[in-house]
Design a binder for this molecule. Structure first.
Ligand code: GLC
Ligand code: CA
Length: 539
């Protein structure tokens, strides 16, 4: 068994985690000061969103120096201290690896822009204009064309994200080798591995308008593995929006030596209109959600590895999106935690999720920081959408929802900073905060703590087969895990109404493993699950 197979990962978005020096921006010393808390929660590793040198056009996902720490986060000494202090608590640090693109302020790009003869020119993707226009119709995820004109040379460069994030050209061997060298620098420091940002895009074929899943993607990943990861006890997780169960096996089959696991989003895209964008909302259909989650459980049974998550720094808060963040906030947060952690794969907890932090509401675009939301707003306003509907979708789907400061206490600024936070804290911090959660044995926190502990002590959670029951039920999510003669049954009511559950498998002899409703026994002749009730029994 590999260490990451029964591990639980905690994602830190450093800007919003903990400020240590009053400038309103979370930093590495802030993280160090909270390691004891993470140890108490029980997590095995931290996925650290980027802390590298960056002009912050996309909050650090635009890196201008991979081997320097952004001064607002601290120094390389702070980083070494973090790795060491985390290690003392058996927590590994997984670095964010953003190598589909760099910042336009990265030295490679600064050089590349100097002209066609520059040795770094080919580190990026340049094309001539076609009929005086962009080379083709490729669009950027953040709106507009993916091509930007470079006045000096008259050529366009490719940027699948903002124009300050030029795409690297993975066809250039020297560039790849520089990346491997940089990765080895970090690996030699003793980090726990890498989370690989939009890694499914590195094999792109821009002339054919192919971005995800390009023909040489897996060759690159194999080469990357051989030059960096080989022989090291680290984990790698690929952010792969385009993954299907078939391609997930290519990334993560243990015999293929590419990545440890995928981080795929199929269950995270069902509340948007098919073929449109994340901003085109559609009500989530629980049957469809269960079907997709089940497909991944079953398909990756033996030949691959998946991540389990319901939110991250790019998505709304899980409780606001899949649960109920008012009347049933705590109960639904626990329910979602149980449903997700009881599946097969490696669970990820996004900072604040463990206390049921909620989405943020804005009343004006001036309150929005996220580049993706702002660009969409500007574009759609021109297309004739109303301000009101655009603010509504930003409140539902915008990335700032997850990025408000972690709510540590009921003190001013939620204990996040002694200054003014870069993004305002949520007004609900007086009620929802970590200090209060730790004091209350019934809080969401202790459900997460228990789930992590259960995973450590029960191989069935890690290895058990998965079987969905009552697939057609519109609000009950019921599944079985079985392993070496043992069977657990997970039952959850993902709705605001009580639901009757009749299952022959249940009996008074079933042993309660965890419940979010203080239930101690179950019966086969019918029981009523209260709104968002969830429990797990051993049959
Ligand atoms: C990934 C990151 C996201 C970033 C984008 C471009 O999707 O998670 O935050 O904006 O890549 O790097
Ligand atoms: Ca700071």
């Amino acid at each position: 068994m590999k260490w990451w197979q029964n591990a639980v990962i905690y994602q830190i978005y450093p800007r919003s985690f903990q400020d240590s020096n009053g400038d309103g921006i979370g930093d590495i010393q802030g993280i160090i000061s909270r390691l004891d808390y993470l140890e108490e929660l029980g997590v095995d590793a931290i996925w650290l969103s980027p802390v590298y040198q960056s002009p912050n056009d996309d909050n650090g996902y635009d890196i201008s120096d991979y081997q320097a720490i952004h001064p607002e986060y601290g120094t390389m000494e702070d980083m070494d201290e973090l790795i060491e202090e985390a290690k003392k608590r058996s927590i590994r640090i997984v670095m964010d690896l953003v190598v589909n693109h760099t910042s336009d302020e990265h030295n490679w790009f600064v050089e590349a822009k100097k002209g066609k003869e520059n040795p770094y020119r080919d580190y990026y993707v340049w094309r001539n204009s076609v009929d005086g226009k962009e080379p083709n119709n490729l669009g950027s995820t953040f709106g507009g064309s993916a091509w930007e004109l470079d006045e000096t040379s008259g050529q366009y460069y490719l940027h699948l994200f903002s124009k300050k994030q030029p795409d690297l050209n993975w066809e250039n061997e020297q560039m790849r080798s520089d990346i491997y060298e940089m990765m080895n620098y970090w690996l030699d420091k003793g980090i726990g591995g890498f989370r690989m940002d939009v890694i499914d895009l590195i094999g792109k074929k821009p002339d054919e308008e192919i971005t995800a899943d390009g023909p040489k993607l897996h060759d690159y990943l194999k080469e990357l593995h051989d030059n960096t990861l080989k022989g090291r006890d680290v984990m790698t997780v690929g952010e792969t929006w385009s993954a299907t169960p078939e391609t997930a096996k290519l990334y993560s089959h243990p015999d293929r030596n590419e990545l440890s696991m995928v981080f795929q989003f199929e269950h995270m895209m069902l509340d948007e209109q098919p073929g449109k964008t994340k901003w085109d909302l559609k009500a989530l259909d629980l049957q469809e959600w269960k079907e997709v989650l089940t497909k991944w459980q079953v398909e990756l049974k033996d030949d691959g590895w998946n991540s389990l998550f319901l939110n991250n720094h790019d998505t709304p808060r899980a409780v606001s999106r899949f649960g109920n963040d008012t009347e049933f906030r705590e109960k639904s947060a626990k329910c979602l935690a149980i449903v997700s952690h009881m599946m097969k794969g490696t669970p990820y907890i996004f900072q604040g999720e463990e206390i049921g932090m909620t989405n943020r509401k804005v009343k004006s675009i001036d309150e929005v920081d996220d580049i993706e939301s702002i660009n969409m707003y500007t574009e759609r306003l021109e297309e004739g959408y109303s301000e009101e509907e655009l603010l509504h979708v930003i409140n539902v789907k915008g990335r700032d929802n997850a990025r408000t400061p972690v709510q540590w206490s009921a003190e001013e600024q939620a204990g996040f900073t002694e200054g003014t936070p870069w993004l305002p804290v949520q007004p609900n911090y007086k009620e929802i905060n970590i200090e209060a959660a730790l004091k209350n044995t019934e809080s969401v926190f202790y459900t997460y703590q228990r789930l992590i502990e259960l995973r450590k002590n029960n191989p069935i959670m890690v290895w058990g087969d998965f079987e969905l029951l009552m697939a057609d039920h519109p609000s009950l999510f019921v599944y079985k895990r079985s392993y070496e003669g043992e069977t657990w049954l997970v039952c959850a009511n993902i709705s605001e109404e009580p639901e009757r559950l009749l299952l022959n498998e249940l009996s008074l002899k079933s042993e309660m493993i965890i419940s979010n409703a203080k239930r101690t026994t179950v019966t086969s002749d019918g029981l009523v699950l209260s709104p968002y009730e969830a429990f797990v029994v051993k049959l």
